[in-house]
Design a protein around this ligand. Structure first.
Ligand SMILES: *Cc1c(COP(=O)(O)O)cnc(C)c1O
Length: 374
């Protein structure tokens, strides 16, 4: 039995030719025409004027926070339901994450809780230095409500669109809201460069500064001159070639992941105790992962029983993200609400969703899930 993975890399375009061409050109450095091309194409695809190609999505978040001026003793709002990278980056600049719960409508940052929190902090005269919003599992947060709330209080918005490349909200691309967008090209994302990330924005000077910070903050001098602390965060030209090949194929990958999601919904949508992550009518998710909730009483098995049954049949499924306010490492952090994300964590199951899956693969997962009811 071949193992079905959650979201494996899928190379089926001209990545190989581009990679070999970059190799043969001897541009095996964090500089070169593939990096420039990848930056321009990714920025254009995600509705921004500029992009800085980086070694990871986490590096992109770190630089976004530095460029926003976030520093020690600042607070930064982070949705509690996310991957740890979002919150980790906040600690890299010495700031403290404040974890805010999700809303059921999108599973993303609850705009009402955000508004209440910012109002309370405004009264105390200590607004957070930034808000990071995450577009979870390929679906944008509700930017119709989040953007105005951030603007009302003058708090910069950074969008962690690591999982949402190719998605839209109100027709606008994921990562185009707020001051900066960040993307990841890790092996499990909708496109991969074998590791990498991108910081995007409309302020060309800020993105140029990001490139400089990512190159050890070298000053323009013939010798090595430094006036600020830098990082080694640039993406290799060789990896950018792979990312460019993948990006050229993004529309097909989105279409396939959405089709897989539709197959799962057709087959399981009517089953008692199964509830899919809702797709908000304002959004057009990229289908990165299909995630559903299992109500044990109605379904006849709980999430963990279902997951272990799939595992016994060589099908990789994962619980939904464990909320950050429940993570031991963030036990001291401030949390606002939390019951929505806790329910999603208790009941949420991510199903294999890779764009290389066949229809038969999807059927195999569906059968296994139905048979997990004992
Ligand atoms: C993958 C991911 C990241 C981090 O990206 P890396 O490239 O692995 O550093 C950040 N945020 C979210 C929500 C992610 O899913």
């Amino acid at each position: 039995m071949t193992r079905l993975y959650l979201s494996p890399p899928h190379m089926d375009g001209d990545e190989r030719e581009r990679l070999l061409a970059a190799f043969d050109s001897n541009w095996i450095t964090p500089l070169g025409p593939e990096v420039d091309g990848f930056e321009a194409e990714l920025a254009a695809r995600s509705g921004r004027s500029h992009g800085a190609a980086l070694s990871s999505g986490t590096a992109a978040l770190h630089l976004a926070l530095i460029l926003t001026g976030v520093g020690a003793d600042d607070e930064v709002v982070v949705p509690t339901l996310t991957f740890a990278a979002t919150a980790n980056a906040v600690t890299y600049v010495g700031a403290a994450p404040v974890f805010i719960d999700s809303e059921f409508a999108t599973w993303n940052l609850d705009p009402d809780l955000l508004g209440e929190f910012l109002a309370a902090r405004a009264t105390q005269g200590r607004l957070p230095a930034a808000v990071i919003s995450v577009d979870l599992y390929g679906q944008c947060a509700d930017y119709d409500r989040i953007v105005p709330v951030c603007e009302q209080y003058g708090v910069p918005l950074i969008v962690d669109a690591a999982e949402a490349l190719g998605a839209t909200w109100g027709g606008q691309p994921a990562g185009s809201f707020g001051v900066f967008g960040t993307f990841s090209f890790n092996g499990n994302k909708i496109i991969t460069s074998g590791g990498g990330g991108m910081l995007t924005g409309d302020d060309g000077d800020a993105i140029a500064r990001a490139r400089n910070l990512a190159s050890q903050a070298r000053e323009p001098a013939p010798h090595y001159e430094h006036t600020t602390i830098g990082y080694n965060y640039r993406l290799s030209n060789v990896l950018a070639a792979i990312g460019r090949g993948q990006l050229a194929d993004l529309d097909r990958k989105v279409a396939r992941r959405r089709a897989i999601n539709a197959m799962y919904r057709d087959a399981l949508g009517g089953v008692d105790g199964v509830d899919f992550m809702p797709w908000h009518p304002r959004g057009e998710p990229n289908g990165w992962l299909t995630v559903l909730r299992i109500d044990p009483a109605a379904f006849g098995a709980d999430r963990e029983q279902a997951r272990l049954h799939l595992e016994s049949l060589e099908i990789e499924a994962r619980p939904a993200w464990k909320p950050m306010h429940l993570q031991p490492v963030f036990a001291e952090a401030t949390a606002v609400g939390g019951s929505v994300s806790e329910t999603i964590f208790d009941e949420g199951l991510c199903l294999p969703s890779g764009s290389a899956m066949t229809d038969d693969d999807v059927e195999r997962v569906v059968d296994a899930l139905l048979n997990s009811r004992g």
